[in-house]
Design a protein around this ligand. Structure first.
Ligand SMILES: [Zn+2]
Ligand SMILES: [Zn+2]
Length: 312
């Protein structure tokens, strides 16, 4: 039996022991966060007739059981883009929609070493977590129930983790509307992070699902397929929505739920990048590749490091 509060944490009674991997909460009526804290956030949007799962996460635990337990409606997947951390659970679903520029990318084998590189990052993060939590308990008190880093789920073998290609059953274009019954999500093609990146706009309720286009930690603009100029144009377009958006939900890092002011901040940040007025520091992305990081108040942007090399 699933207990659903209108807003707040959700208790999952029937999704199996792996459900402890996910932090699940109701963000507002018909909108759920299914988070893999520290990794990636997926969202379930439920209409009167059907539900869509926006991304399927890493694929290390049973996200379909969680989503079905919450929605009780026919369920399909919309991927915000083809990257493995948003499509890892696609294999559990029959109906998968993605922007048409992502279909071939979704179906291709993942770059060698990607899955194991990410598991190594996960190992480092979990090992660093203990010290971080101790400092938080003593001094900072920022960590909350929904930002706890979890151990990998029982029965999951990180050495066997693999990124599996999947097949799109529906191709999306800019302006397409997904009618869920009493709730419509509009597709906005926002290339930049990847050629196929989309955001989903629930205009009636003032909600924007930002995919990997809008983020609150490092925004990845250094990858193979990333395009900083296109990214700037996409974020400026999103900034134009500002007055019609109440909440911006993002896929990475702990600040999931953001005010619409973030949209203009990010568009302004990309303009500084293009104008050459941003300042950078050296950093490394989650796979350990060198990047240059331009830091702003509520986010940063990774661009390709001096060593060159663009990666997925
Ligand atoms: Zn991505
Ligand atoms: Zn991502």
């Amino acid at each position: 039996m699933t207990t659903i509060r209108e807003v707040g944490p959700v208790t999952l009674g029937d999704a199996g022991p792996q459900s402890a991997w996910f932090d699940v909460r109701s963000l507002e009526p018909g909108v759920f966060l299914i988070a893999e804290p520290g990794h990636v956030n997926s969202f379930l949007v439920v209409g009167d007739d059907r539900a869509v799962l926006l991304d399927t996460g890493l694929g290390v635990a049973d996200i379909r059981a969680v989503a079905e337990g919450l929605s009780g409606k026919p369920l399909s997947v919309v991927n915000t883009h083809y990257h493995f951390d948003h499509t890892g659970g696609n294999r559990q679903f029959d109906q998968i929609a993605i922007h048409r520029d992502g279909a071939a990318l979704l179906a291709q084998p993942a770059p060698e070493g990607l899955a194991q590189g990410y598991m190594e990052y996960t190992r480092r993060m979990i090992s660093a977590w203990g010290g971080y939590k101790d400092l938080d308990d003593s001094y900072f008190h920022l960590v909350t129930a929904d930002t706890l880093i979890r151990p990998l789920p029982p029965g999951f073998d990180p050495q066997a983790y693999a990124v599996t290609p999947s097949k799109a059953t529906q191709l999306l274009d800019d302006g397409d509307e997904l009618d869920l019954g009493g709730r419509v999500l509009r597709v906005m093609h926002t290339p930049g992070h990847s050629p196929d990146s989309i955001c989903l706009l629930d205009e009636h309720n003032g909600l924007l699902f930002g995919g990997d286009t809008i983020n609150t930690g490092p925004i990845y603009a250094q990858l193979e397929g990333s395009d900083v100029t296109a990214f700037a144009a996409s974020t400026r377009r999103l900034a134009g929505l500002r007055d019609g958006v109440r909440r911006v939900f993002v896929c990475h890092f702990m600040r999931v739920d953001n005010p619409s002011s973030l949209l203009a901040e990010i568009a302004d940040g990309f303009e500084q990048l293009l104008a050459g007025t941003a300042s950078y520091r050296d950093n490394a992305d989650c796979l350990g590749y060198p990047v240059r990081e331009a830091c702003f108040d509520h986010f940063s942007v990774f661009v390709a490091g001096d060593a060159g090399g663009t990666r997925v």
